[in-house]
Design a protein around this ligand. Structure first.
Ligand code: GSH
Ligand code: NAG
Ligand code: NAG
Length: 216
């Protein structure tokens, strides 16, 4: 029997995009379901009763929640190609450390920029830390795209929004990160899974009005 895979998602979610990229890298066919977070589907509420958040991957009726856990699950189940986590336990631990670092730091710092709660300084410090971790490697995973690359590349769809809302240039301060983004986007599974940054910016501008940051 063929696998039945459903992804509950929201197009602008950097968390949801991680699952989309991982599924595309593995060549898994799935049904994409866009959620309205102000009016969540019964399936979302039942599948993620603890957090009630997207993304949720539903594999043959069984839900998996939390984007990094979903990516690891995808890597383990569809292990025939494009391994994301390294096989060496120490290297795996390092990859998980950096993905965890991204989760603990980057979302809030980015959100503070586009909601005008803070400037870009904190965000750029985190990105510079990641840039030094990348070093001279092509990818965080080394020669090929890995777990940390999947965890981080989805944020690049929001870079334009951060730059517009914060009036600054990421490339000026982190040219190697921007070069890395371009390298990742040369991989079709990545580029076809990520939305147009202009659409993200439009989405953020709508939210800024909803939140009362900009005049309606
Ligand atoms: N740690 C979670 C974060 C997911 C998350 O924050 N999802 C947001 C959308 S980007 C959500 O579903 N929010 C709905 C809510 O909070 O009610 C993950 O990595 O999957
Ligand atoms: C909420 O979603 C349901 C379907 O999931 C739809 O029938 C209903 O019209 C929606 N309500 C609003 C207020 O958008
Ligand atoms: C944006 O930044 C540039 C230089 O960094 C400055 O000249 C310009 O006035 C700024 N624009 C706004 C709208 O703050």
């Amino acid at each position: 029997m063929a696998d039945k895979v459903i992804l509950l998602d929201l197009f602008a979610s950097m968390f949801g995009m991680r699952a989309r990229v991982a599924l595309a890298l593995k060549g898994v066919e799935y049904e994409y379901r866009e959620e309205d977070l102000r009016n969540k589907s019964q399936l979302l509420l039942e599948s993620n009763p603890v957090h009630k958040k997207i993304p949720v991957l539903i594999h043959n009726g069984k839900p998996v929640c939390e984007s990094l856990i979903i990516v690891q699950y995808i890597d383990e189940v569809w292990n025939h190609k494009s391994p994301l986590l390294p096989s060496d336990p120490y290297q795996r631990a390092q990859a998980r450390f950096w993905a965890d670092y991204i989760d603990k730091k980057l979302y809030d710092a980015g959100r503070n920029i586009w909601t005008s709660k803070g400037d870009e300084q904190e965000f750029m410090e985190i990105l510079k830390q990641l840039e030094s971790q990348l070093g001279e490697k092509a990818f965080f995973g080394g020669e090929s795209l890995g777990f940390v690359d999947v965890a981080l590349i989805t944020y690049s769809t929001w870079f334009h929004t951060y730059e517009m809302c914060g009036n600054f240039s990421i490339e000026e301060q982190c040219p190697k990160v921007v070069a890395w983004v371009k390298r990742c986007l040369e991989i079709e599974a990545v580029s076809k899974s990520l939305p147009d940054p202009d659409k993200i910016y439009d989405f953020a501008l709508v939210l800024r009005k909803v939140f009362g940051i900009d005049k309606a």
